[in-house]
Design a protein around this ligand. Structure first.
Ligand code: HEC
Ligand code: HEC
Length: 315
């Protein structure tokens, strides 16, 4: 059980904007985002430094810009983001919290072979993958992830490197990734997942999974499906991965779902429309065969529709 304490009463009492959440303003590009004060880090392999400890000077400035991109990706890396997601939506506490895809546990594990693209990936290429899938870069202004060497990738790497200070290279750290709860013996059910969603998630994420935007540049709660969400190629579209994230983190502030509920609601979210898998070049069936040999609903028939067709932003 992890302990995440969040100052949530105001949010739970009606989803009023949470003043304690990190909300970097879009003014100065090297402004330090506020530390996510509300998130107490669970015991893990590493306690990442606080954002307020970022050093002065050119390296610190790059770390600060990287942090700002991490917390407000659509605002600070606009050319390469085709949805309303920020890195920090899925990598909790700005990539600091164990069991929530912490950045400090990732840094020393690259370059690494990835089955997803069948070659060895540098951290830079790994980050490009986040843009292509989780940030749906194909729908962005540039139509693609940042090119290698782009300042966005340099600054993100400076931030991730800085978070990993003193973490050994090549050591699988406890707390890495999103640990998946055991798959229930009877599998999972989209129908039961809807019941969980309506009761425990819709309050913040909206009855239609649309999230809540409180102003043009502030996404209070991220959308979970539809054109503003992650696409059909993102890690979160896998039911096991989403179940792991949800079990560890959701409902925000009181992550107390049973394993069964986490799997069911993960399946429900991932039975909904979202942007197309950028890897699909031919038919959906071919792409299903080629790229979806995993625990996901891509290519399945659901409520008379084939999942994975893809939805886009209105032009
Ligand atoms: C919609 C949720 C989501 C968003 C948004 C997102 N990620 Fe991720 N990220 C994941 C998931 C899930 C994984 C687990 C990897 C997998 O299995 O695909 C992951 C993996 C990673 C990893 C590798 C971790 C490791 O231990 O090897 C890095 C690094 C990373 N993300 C960085 C980022 C950055 C930087 C951004 C923003 C530009 C970002 N992510 C946006 C969900 C997300
Ligand atoms: C109190 C409000 C609240 C509740 C209730 C809540 N969430 Fe979240 N959720 C958030 C916030 C805020 C984030 C982004 C994390 C951050 O910025 O720290 C998030 C992020 C997520 C993400 C990853 C981001 C993305 O867009 O994919 C998923 C998946 C998710 N929530 C699913 C759920 C599920 C399932 C439930 C119900 C079991 C739930 N949430 C209940 C506030 C909430």
């Amino acid at each position: 059980m992890k302990v995440i304490m969040l100052v949530l009463l105001g949010m739970l009492a009606g989803c009023t904007p949470d003043k304690s959440a990190p909300t970097p303003s879009s003014s100065a590009s090297t402004e330090t985002p506020a530390d996510p004060v509300a998130v107490a880090q669970p015991v893990s392999g590493h306690i990442a430094p606080k954002l307020s400890e970022i050093p002065e000077g050119p390296f610190g400035d790059s770390v600060r810009r990287g942090a700002a991109i991490f917390f407000d990706t659509p605002g600070k890396a606009a050319n390469f983001v085709g949805n309303s997601q920020s890195c920090s939506n899925c990598h909790m506490g700005g990539g600091r919290v164990a069991d929530s895809g912490p950045m400090w546990a990732a840094w020393g594990m690259y370059p690494a072979y990835r089955k997803k693209n069948n070659h060895v990936n540098t951290m830079e290429e790994r980050l490009q993958g986040c843009f292509t899938f989780s940030q749906n870069a194909p729908a962005s202004a540039s139509g693609a992830a940042p090119p290698k060497g782009d300042p966005v990738l340099v600054d993100l790497q400076a931030y991730i490197f800085w978070l990993a200070k003193d973490v050994p290279i090549g050591k699988e750290m406890p707390g890495r990734g999103f640990p998946t709860p055991k798959k229930p013996a009877t599998g999972y059910s989209v129908e039961r997942g809807k019941v969980v969603f309506d009761a425990q998630c819709a309050l913040c994420h909206g009855a239609e999974g649309q999230g809540l935007r409180t102003s043009a540049d502030h996404q209070q709660f991220p959308p979970l499906w539809g054109p503003e969400s992650y696409n059909w190629g993102a890690g979160m579209h896998r039911v096991n991965t989403a179940a792991g994230f949800i079990k560890a983190n959701m409902p925000l502030g009181k992550a107390d779902l049973s394993d069964q509920e986490a799997w069911d609601v993960a399946a429900y979210i991932n039975s909904k429309p979202r942007p197309k898998d950028p890897r699909q070049v031919g038919s959906l069936e071919d792409n299903d065969q080629k790229n979806h040999d995993e625990d996901c609903l891509y290519g399945d028939s659901h409520e008379g529709k084939t999942l994975g067709v893809g939805v886009s932003r209105a032009l």
